[in-house]
Design a protein around this ligand. Structure first.
Ligand code: ZN
Ligand code: ZN
Ligand code: FE
Length: 744
C-alpha cells in the first residue's frame, strides 16, 4: 500500500471535479481526501500501487465533461492509512487559478425541468455539477456556496442531502437548489412570483409585447421574432434601425427550419457555452436582420429560457424570440433591478427579474464558423475567463483593453485571462463597469498587477482610467500601439512568439506619428515592432462623421481625379455643394486627418457602389459590401502593392460609373486587397526572412477577405496565423496588451 499526494491543475473548480474524484476513488478502492485549493484540486490517496495508477489515469484521461485537466502531479507521501474517501473543506492557496465560465443547462437538468415527477419540475434555477452559473455568481475564491450569490439561499434538507451524497448528480454542486429553497423569479412592480411571473411574461410576449428578462449575465430585451410589429417597435424604442437582433430558438428543429446549419455550426450551437452563432438565414422576418443574409442564433441556455418556451400554461408562444442585450446604446448590459428600472423600463412593457444576484456581467458570446473552425466575434459568457496559456513568467499584469468593445485581460504567471465583454467606453457607465469588473476579476484570480498596459491613444477613456489606476496602485503603465496589440493577440492565441509579418487591418487606431492608422503591415515579435508598410494614406474629412459616413471618405478620395465632382454626383455620393465643401476642407486641412484606416476604405467602396452611403452601426457598410461581393464572381484583380489602394478605389469608381456589375466590383475590391497584402508580405519576407503572416484587426471579421488572403498567402508558401478563440476586433486588444506586459 502507498499514500500519495496528487495535484490536479486546470478547470477543476465548479465542474464537479471533487465528486467525480470521490466516485472514482470508490471505484478504484482508494481512500483519502480531496480538497479544493483554489488553483488546483489536492487529493491525498491511499491504496495499492495498481489501484493508485488506475485512479490517476482516470483523473488524467477521463475527467468530467466540463473539466479541463492541464496537468496531474503525483508525489509519494510517508505511508498513512485512511478508511474512507472524503471531500474536505477548502483552504486557500496561491498559484495559477482557473475560474469556470458559466455553463449552459445540461441535458439531464433540461429533462428534469420538464418532468412532472421530478422534485425540481419547472424550477427556473435547476442546475447540477455539470451546469449552471459560475463566474457571474462568484464573489470570491475558492468556489464554495458561501462565496457565491447563493449564500442567501440556505439549502433545504433534501437539497442538502443530494449535495453531500456521492451518488447524486448534485454532489458538491455549489448553486444547487429547488422549488423550496432556491431563488425566485418575479415581475417588477407586481406581486407575481414564480411560475405566475413566467406565465405573465409568456402572455405578454404572445400578445406582441416587449419584455425585459433577467438571465445569467444580465437582462435581455425579448419579443416574438415572428411578430413584425413587435420587432419594429423594439427597433424604434432602442433607436436601432438596422443592426441585427439575435434570435433565441426553441430547439435545433426550429434552427434547421429557419437557417442553413453545418455540423460544425450545430456543434457550436449545442455545446456547453451556447453562444450566438451567425448562420445563413432561410426564413424569419427581414426586420430581424435587415438586408443581411445571416442571423445570430442561440439555443436556450438557462432554465428560465426553457420555461419561456415550454411552460405548460394556456398560452402558446413563438418558437423564435428576439433576445438582445438590455442596455442603453453604449452603456453596459443591465445587471440589477435598479439598472433595469432606470435604463430600459421605457423600452419594454414588463420586466421579469429574479433574486439571484449577478456579480459580474456577461453578455452573450458571438461566434461564427470559418472553414470548419470557430471564428470569435465577441468572447464573453461561457468562455470568459478561461485562460490562454503562454510561457511561464513570474509577472502579473493587467491589460485594460481598447475603447470600443472593451474587454480587459489579466496576465498572471503563464496564463492570460480575458474578461467578459464590457462595452464601448465613451459612456461613463461602461467606464464604471470596467473599474468594478476588473477589480473583481483581480480578486477572483488573486492578481495584484505589477504593471498596467493600455492603448497609446491620448484621448481614450481607457487611457485615463489606466493612468489613474496605475497611479493608485503605484505601478508602471506601458502604452502599446493599437495595431501592434492586435497582432500580439493573434500571436498569443496561436502560441507563436517568433517574429511574424503582422497584417493589422482595422477601423481606427492612434498611430505612432499621430495620424490615424488601420491598414498596417508590421514586422514584429513579442517585444518590438516595425511598421514596414501600410495602405495609401488618404484624407479623412469630417472628423467623427467620416467614420459613420463612407461617402465622405469616397468624395475625398475621388476629389483628386480630373472630374471628381462629376463622378461623385453621378455615383450619388453627394451633390456638388457637398463635394465643394469636402474639397475645401481637405485642401485647407479643416477637420481633416491623415489616415490609413482600411475600415474606412471599405466604407468608401460601399458608398461608391451604392450599397451603403453611411452606417447606422459599426461595420454596417463594410459588412454589406462583403455580402455584395459574395454574390459577385471572381473577376480580374487590380495589380499592385498596398500603396496602390487609393488607385484601386478610383478604378472601382470609374468602372461603377460605367455601369459595371456592382457585385463583381465588390468582389474585385476584396480580391485585389488580398493580392496586395500578399505582394506586401512577399516583399517583407524578401527583406526580413520571415515566413509567418498573422491576419488581425476588425477588418478581418470579414470572412471573405480572410479566406481570399489566407489562400493567396498559403499559395505563396506562407505559414498563416488566424484568430479563432480571440476576436480579431478590438475585443481582443487586451490579450495583446497583457502578452506584451508579461514579457517586457
Ligand atoms: Zn445540469
Ligand atoms: Zn432545496
Ligand atoms: Fe482595432
Amino acid at each position: 500500500m502507498k499514500t500519495v499526494n496528487i495535484h490536479v491543475y486546470g478547470i477543476v473548480q465548479g465542474v464537479g471535479f471533487r465528486p467525480f474524484t470521490a466516485n472514482a476513488a470508490r471505484r478504484h478502492d482508494i481512500c483519502g481526501t480531496a480538497s479544493n485549493k483554489g488553483s488546483y484540486v489536492e487529493i491525498i490517496a491511499y491504496g495499492s500501487e495498481n489501484d493508485l495508477a488506475a485512479f490517476t489515469d482516470t483523473l488524467r484521461y477521463s475527467p468530467p465533461e466540463r473539466a479541463v485537466v492541464l496537468s496531474v502531479d503525483v508525489k509519494e507521501l510517508p505511508l498513512r492509512a485512511y478508511d474512507d474517501f472524503r471531500i474536505i473543506e477548502s483552504e486557500r492557496e496561491y498559484g495559477d487559478i482557473f475560474v469556470s465560465p458559466d455553463i449552459a443547462i445540461c441535458e439531464k437538468c433540461s429533462k428534469e425541468l420538464l418532468d412532472p415527477h421530478d422534485r425540481r419540475y419547472l424550477h427556473p434555477f435547476i442546475n447540477c455539477t455539470q451546469c449552471g452559473p459560475r463566474l457571474t455568481i462568484l464573489d470570491n475564491m475558492p468556489y464554495d456556496r458561501e462565496r457565491t450569490s447563493m449564500k442567501g439561499f440556505p439549502m433545504c434538507s433534501i437539497c442538502a442531502r443530494e449535495y453531500t451524497d456521492h451518488m447524486s448528480r448534485r454532489y458538491d454542486a455549489q448553486p444547487v437548489c429547488c422549488n423550496d429553497c432556491g431563488p425566485q423569479v418575479y415581475i417588477i412592480g407586481t406581486e407575481l412570483r414564480g411560475l405566475d411571473a413566467v406565465s405573465y411574461v409568456r402572455k405578454a410576449i404572445a400578445e406582441g409585447k416587449i419584455a425585459a428578462i433577467k438571465g445569467i449575465g444580465g437582462f435581455h430585451l425579448c419579443c416574438d421574432a415572428r411578430n413584425d410589429e413587435a420587432v419594429l417597435r423594439l427597433r424604434k424604442l432602442k433607436s436601432r434601425p438596422m443592426k441585427p437582433f439575435a434570435v433565441m430558438m426553441r430547439d435545433m428543429d426550429t434552427v434547421r427550419r429557419e437557417c442553413k446549419v453545418t455540423p460544425e455550426e450545430e456543434a457550436l450551437l449545442t455545446g456547453w457555452q451556447k453562444p450566438i452563432v451567425l448562420l445563413e438565414r432561410l426564413g424569419l422576418s427581414e426586420h430581424i436582420a435587415p438586408d443581411n443574409p445571416t442571423i445570430g442564433v442561440m439555443l436556450p441556455y438557462s432554465p428560465i429560457h426553457m420555461l419561456l418556451f415550454d411552460l405548460p400554461d394556456t398560452y402558446s408562444i413563438s418558437d423564435a424570440l428576439v433576445m438582445t442585450s438590455a442596455n442603453v446604446k453604449g452603456a453596459p448590459i443591465c445587471r440589477t433591478d435598479e439598472d433595469a428600472l432606470r435604463e430600459i423600463s421605457s423600452f419594454c412593457d414588463v420586466i421579469m427579474s429574479h433574486n439571484r444576484d449577478i456579480l459580474i456581467r456577461a453578455d452573450d458570446s458571438v461566434t461564427q464558423v470559418l472553414d470548419g473552425k470557430p471564428y470569435m466575434i465577441r468572447r464573453s459568457r461561457g468562455y470568459a475567463p478561461l485562460p490562454i496559456m503562454t510561457d511561464k513568467t513570474d509577472r502579473i499584469v493587467l491589460g485594460i483593453g481598447g475603447e470600443l468593445k472593451n474587454t480587459f485581460c489579466i496576465g498572471k504567471y503563464g496564463l492570460l485571462y480575458p474578461s467578459p465583454y464590457v462595452g464601448d467606453m465613451e459612456d461613463i457607465r461602461t467606464a464604471d463597469a470596467l473599474l468594478s469588473a476588473s477589480e473583481r476579476m483581480c480578486r477572483l484570480l488573486e492578481a495584484q498587477p505589477d504593471t498596467l498596459i493600455c492603448d497609446k491613444h491620448p484621448g481614450y477613456n481607457t487611457t485615463a482610467i489606466a493612468e489613474d489606476m496605475a497611479h493608485k496602485l503605484g505601478v508602471p503603465l506601458i502604452k502599446v500601439q493599437h495595431h501592434y496589440a492586435h497582432v500580439l493577440s493573434c500571436m498569443a492565441e496561436n502560441r507563436r512568439y517568433d517574429p511574424v509579418i503582422g497584417v493589422s487591418f482595422d477601423g481606427t487606431g492612434y498611430g505612432d506619428d499621430g495620424t490615424i492608422w488601420g491598414g498596417e503591415v508590421f514586422v514584429c515579435d513579442i517585444r518590438e515592432y516595425r511598421r514596414v508598410s501600410h495602405i495609401a494614406q488618404f484624407r479623412q474629412v469630417g472628423g467623427d462623421l467620416a467614420s459613420r459616413e463612407g461617402w465622405r471618405i469616397a468624395a475625398s478620395l475621388l476629389s483628386d481625379m480630373p472630374d471628381g465632382k462629376g463622378l461623385c454626383t453621378k455615383l450619388g455620393l453627394c451633390d456638388e455643394k457637398a463635394f465643394t465643401l469636402i474639397e475645401m476642407m481637405k485642401s485647407r486641412g479643416i477637420n481633416t486627418a491623415v489616415s490609413t484606416s482600411c475600415g474606412r476604405l471599405f466604407d468608401a467602396v460601399s458608398a461608391i457602389l451604392g450599397i451603403r452611403r453611411a452606417s447606422t452601426f459599426e461595420g454596417e457598410a463594410s459588412t454589406a459590401l462583403m455580402f455584395a461581393a459574395e454574390k459577385g464572381s471572381a473577376s480580374d484583380v487590380y495589380p499592385g502593392r498596398l500603396s496602390d489602394t487609393s488607385a484601386l478605389v478610383r478604378e472601382i469608381a470609374l468602372r461603377a460609373s460605367d455601369g459595371d456589375n456592382i457585385y463583381d466590383l465588390a468582389m474585385m475590391f476584396h480580391a485585389s486587397l488580398a493580392d496586395m497584402i500578399t505582394e506586401e508580405c512577399i516583399a517583407a519576407r524578401d527583406s526580413f526572412g520571415i515566413n509567418t503572416a498573422a491576419l488581425t484587426g476588425g477588418v478581418f471579421q470579414n470572412r471573405l477577405l480572410v479566406r481570399l488572403t489566407r489562400d493567396k498567402l498559403e499559395k505563396s508558401g506562407f505559414d498563416v496565423l488566424l484568430h479563432s478563440q480571440i476576436p480579431p476586433n478590438d475585443g481582443g486588444i487586451c490579450v495583446g496588451q497583457a502578452l506584451y506586459g508579461l514579457f517586457t
